[in-house]
Design a protein around this ligand. Structure first.
Ligand code: FE2
Length: 286
């Protein structure tokens, strides 16, 4: 139904659902967290109306592919029922773990990049793709700490995961920017080392600087999704578009949710940044 997706979509959260149904905006696509709808039949009804009019991407936050104790198949079944109704253009989740022994933790927690954790993720991504019967996009995390026993870089780990499972990548450009700041790596070199053909979506979200209590005078960038997009993230976004091409991009906002028009303006700004990056590429090529 939506063979080619491009442009900048908007993360659709519950406060804007009814307005989007009443006054459908011109937005290339919406992205939703399925977990917000599982116990909310009225919101699901509104979502299905929206899905009839717009492409919808489903971004899971509770499918914990990094859990050593396994993926919760009861949760997968519940999400699958919604996915089957919505028929999303993209389906994604995080390289992280958020459950242990049946307990759900309200966080996306990091994992070491080792052969052992790669084996766990490969198995779980295969299970998730089998359950959903469609490709799954995995998203790079926002990082604050590393693991001493990691034996690969994050891009090498993601590249291996793509090669083993055929999954695609959701590259969160803001996460790359803030992780590069927090962990001291080169954000552009990180993007250069991702497998370009696997990139199926980009994310842009707001982050905030906080004092880093472990290093006097230093700041930590925290992925709050509660503010507008930082100028540094916009510059890195242009670099990403120049490298990966016209990839569908999502404006993510989960906290301090502003009027819908503010998100619409950021979606237009993303389109302008992408156009600037592509026209520079074009000028270089002729
Ligand atoms: Fe993201």
């Amino acid at each position: 139904m939506f063979p080619h997706l491009s442009g900048a979509g908007i993360g659709l959260r519950l406060p804007h659902l009814a307005d989007v149904v009443a006054r459908p905006p011109r937005v290339p696509f919406f992205e939703v967290h399925p977990e917000s709808f599982l116990a909310n039949p009225h919101a699901t009804e509104l979502l299905l109306t929206i899905a009839d009019r717009h492409p919808v991407s489903v971004h899971t936050v509770g499918v914990s592919i990094g859990s050593a104790s396994g993926v919760d198949h009861a949760h997968l079944d519940r999400v699958k029922q919604l996915v089957d109704l919505v028929n999303p253009v993209l389906l994604s989740g995080h390289v992280a773990w958020s459950t242990h022994a049946g307990e759900y933790l309200n966080d996306l927690l990091p994992l070491p990049y080792t052969e052992e954790s790669l084996k766990v993720l490969v198995e779980h991504v295969r299970q998730v793709q089998d359950a959903f019967e469609r490709p799954y996009l995995v998203e790079n995390p926002s990082s604050y700490v590393g693991f001493g026993d990691s034996t690969m870089t994050e891009p090498a780990f993601l590249t291996a995961l793509v090669a083993e499972t055929g999954c695609r990548l959701l590259c969160d450009v803001s996460n790359v920017y803030l992780s590069a700041h927090n962990m001291g790596f080169d954000a552009r070199a990180y993007l250069d080392s991702l497998p370009a053909a696997a990139i199926a979506e980009l994310h842009l979200g707001g982050f905030e600087a906080e004092p880093d209590e472990s290093i006097p005078g230093a700041t930590l960038l925290v992925d709050t999704h509660g503010t507008s997009i930082d100028p540094g993230a916009w510059r890195l976004y242009e670099y990403a578009i120049a490298r990966f091409g016209s990839i569908p991009t999502l404006i993510e906002r989960d906290n301090d949710i502003p009027d819908f028009d503010v998100l619409l303006a950021e979606s237009r700004l993303a389109r302008a940044h992408a156009a600037a990056a592509l026209s520079r590429n074009h000028a270089r090529a002729v």
